[in-house]
Design a protein around this ligand. Sequence first.
Ligand SMILES: *Cc1c(COP(=O)(O)O)cnc(C)c1O
Length: 355
Amino acid sequence: MSKFISYRYKDMLPYVPGEQPQDKAYIKLNTNESPFEPSPEAKKVLSDGNMKSLNLYPDPDSKALVKAIAERFGIEENNVAVSNGSDEMLAFCFMAFCDDKTGVAFPDISYGFYKVFADLFCLSYEAIPLKEDFSIDADDYKNKKKTIFIANPNAPTGLSLSNREIEEILSSNKDNIVVIDEAYADFSDSSAIELINKYDNLIVVRTFSKSVNLAGGRVGYAIACKELVEDINKMKYSFNPYNVNTMSGAVATAAIKDKSYFDECVAKVKSAREYTIKELRDLGFSVLESKANFVFAKKDGLSGKKMYEDLKSRGILIRRFDSERIKEYLRITIGSMEQMKKFIEVIKEIVEESI
Ligand SMILES: *Cc1c(COP(=O)(O)O)cnc(C)c1O
């Protein structure tokens, strides 16, 4: 660190992304990416002559992408804002809707970026503990008088709130924004998108990274009433007007239009998830009831850290966290069925060696 960094950031701890090792080929079950390649339609966009226009700036409004997203969900174009990954969209929400007077609230065990953004934007925050069973208690978020961020399904637990519970939170926080981060909602059974016309304090944040097989494209979006979309775009035009580059915009537009490939990939992940949950439970693991493309599991008597290391030495990467309450748990991204069969084979060996 130099002596020039602002006093505000001297002690700030940045977000630590999951490992992206470049040394050897792992079975990568650590960062919740899709195991499947992008839609063939999306790949085509990059291989033909479309890239001739890279000498020009992209369309700052990303009109084609916004239109494709609006069509997919049957909403108006002015209900959609787009961003460079959903992390940037979350940052726009922190910029636009949080200040010292309101403060911020989110679950204590959740996506690590909420705390990082609170620190980056110098905001006080309340980390609300999950219940004993790791679920979110909607009652804890009622009448909060703070800007609320909830990942639904939550990460790294995979547990989700129903739309009825989300509505209870929304209707008791009429003067505050509630951001529902739906990074994993395509793997669950519900979405809060259907509520945007009913609640002017709801923002649904989504991403192409997990369910649309485009983590490398860095594209995210928000769906909300048009006044909130205007506020978000005010942040975008004050920070990075060309936030979605020409290539990513074109690829994401083609990918979201290819609904059948998307459905096929999501269905494969869900069935590999059910297979993985069942096999892990048969091996004596406690596994939370995941609605996401990962599972959160532990086995009594086995150290999370040691299992992580044993898996890594056998070519399988998973994610774990050091914080006290979840340190024995493994967060295992659901890959292809073939990858999950290999994972189960290896974890069986590890379990057998431990007895
Ligand atoms: C992965 C993830 C994101 C970030 O996704 P990007 O669009 O790749 O920036 C946001 N929220 C949650 C809960 C996530 O797990």
